[in-house]
Structure formats: structure tokens, C-alpha cells
Design a protein around this ligand. Structure first.
Ligand code: 5RP
Length: 233
């Protein structure tokens, strides 16, 4: 039976609190997006304010940037040479090899930029995110608006049943990413060969980024019930 929303919320908090164990004084951090990463940012801010922890960070979305500022975490602007000791981020799905689907919150591009510029990517997740096979969660793409019709055709030809993400608040409006691009959710149901799919998607002009994160995560903190498990690839 799948866990109830309150139980998943509790697991997100447990995973985020456990992730603090990876943080050291003086670190430069990547701050992820989504509800589990938000729990981490709030917990990190508390450690900054109450224990004098000195860290700086860059956020993977405007929403996380705002949260980090409110939490009292000093922020760094993107610049050449900037590397992150640790990035803590959520995931929509993760498999036993720590291959990830990300982008449910629409922040996949900045998330991948920071993950790639990080020495260590730590995933924080509730128990619903750990799956035997990727693909049940629709794979997000960030797409340049001009290219949308051709991207939809190309993804449909790959069997991805693409759906343009629409705003919940204004149903006639598409969701825009922080870069003002569109988001397309691809319903593959099963992604048997993630590496092959990445190569195919990278070949489609107009896809700025796709939500498969392969070979990037070094560890995942997954909470189930009241216990926390650390997974490694
Ligand atoms: C946003 C993401 C998030 O990390 C992902 O959607 C998980 O979110 P949550 O922790 O709310 O379940 O990739 O683009």
C-alpha cells in the first residue's frame, strides 16, 4: 500500500534533516528545488542562524532562492570557476543505480547545471521515489517555445506521449520555466534504456534539457516510515 501524504511529508523532513550530516563548516552548497529540498533549506538555515554554521549557496530555482534568503543563507551568483562541495536536491524517481528522473517542479535545467558543477550530489527523498524501473513518473523536458511542435512530434515518435505542462492556477496558460521556456511531460511508462533515451533526446533540436540525471548522484537519503536509508550507486 502506498504511504499517505502526511507520512510522505514526515519522510521528506526526516531525509532532509539527515542530509545535514553531509554539511561541513565553510562549504559552498547547491540548493535544490521541490518540497524535500525546501525542508533541507529550512533546516540548513536554522543551523546557520542558531549554530553559527558558515555556508554559502546557489539555488536551483527562484523559489529556492527566496526560501534560502528568508532562511538566512548567503547566496552566490553564478560565476566562472564556481564549484559546489555538495548539492542537496530532491528527485521524482530514483532507481537502484541512482539514475534519476527530475524536473517535476520545472527546475531541471538549473538543477542539472548545479549537479554537474558539484563534487557531490546528494538526493533527499521520501519512500515513494525509489522505484525498480524509471518511467512511471512523466519525464520532464524544458523546451524552447519556437521548437515546441517539432519536439512534440519527435518525442511522440519515440513513444513518449508528450503533454505540454499547463498552469494549475490559469489552465489556459502553459507553465514557464525560470528561463521562460516551456515544459513538456513525456509519458513513457517504462524507460528500459535510460542512456539510449538520453542520446535520442539530446538529438532533438529545441530541447534545452531533459530530466534524466545519469551518473550524477553520489548518494541518496531515502526515508521510509521512521527510518532513513543511505543508498549509493
Ligand atoms: C524539481 C525537482 C524536484 O527535486 C522533484 O520534483 C522532487 O520534488 P519533491 O521533493 O517536492 O517531491 O526535480 O524540478
Amino acid at each position: 500500500m502506498s504511504a499517505q501524504p502526511e507520512q510522505l511529508a514526515r519522510e521528506k523532513q526526516l531525509a532532509a534533516d539527515a542530509a545535514l550530516r553531509w554539511v561541513r563548516d565553510g562549504m559552498v552548497l547547491g540548493l535544490g528545488s521541490g518540497s524535500t529540498a525546501a525542508c533541507f533549506i529550512v533546516a540548513l538555515g536554522k543551523a546557520v542562524r542558531e549554530q553559527g554554521l558558515r555556508v554559502q549557496g546557489t539555488a536551483t530555482s527562484r523559489a529556492s532562492e527566496k526560501l534560502a534568503l528568508e532562511a538566512g543563507i548567503p547566496l552566490l551568483e553564478p560565476r566562472r570557476g564556481l564549484r559546489f562541495d555538495l548539492t542537496v536536491d530532491g528527485a521524482d524517481e530514483l532507481d537502484a543505480h541512482l539514475r534519476l528522473v527530475k524536473g517535476g517542479g520545472g527546475a531541471l535545467l538549473r538543477e542539472k547545471v548545479l549537479a554537474t558543477a558539484s563534487d557531490y550530489l546528494l538526493i533527499v527523498a521520501d519512500s515513494s521515489k525509489a522505484v525498480a524501473q524509471l518511467g512511471r513518473f512523466p519525464l520532464p523536458l524544458e523546451v524552447v517555445p519556437f521548437a515546441l511542435p517539432w519536439v512534440l512530434d519527435a518525442v511522440a515518435a519515440l513513444g513518449g506521449a508528450p503533454v505540454l505542462r499547463m498552469s494549475k492556477e490559469a489552465p489556459a496558460e502553459p507553465v514557464k520555466s525560470d528561463q521562460e521556456n516551456l515544459l513538456v511531460d513525456c509519458h513513457f511508462e517504462v524507460i528500459a534504456e535510460p542512456e539510449q533515451l538520453v542520446a535520442q533526446l539530446q538529438n532533438i533540436p529545441g530541447i534545452v534539457e531533459q530530466g534524466l540525471f545519469l551518473g550524477l548522484a553520489r548518494a541518496a537519503v531515502v526515508a521510509k516510515g521512521e527510518s532513513v536509508q543511505v543508498l549509493r550507486p
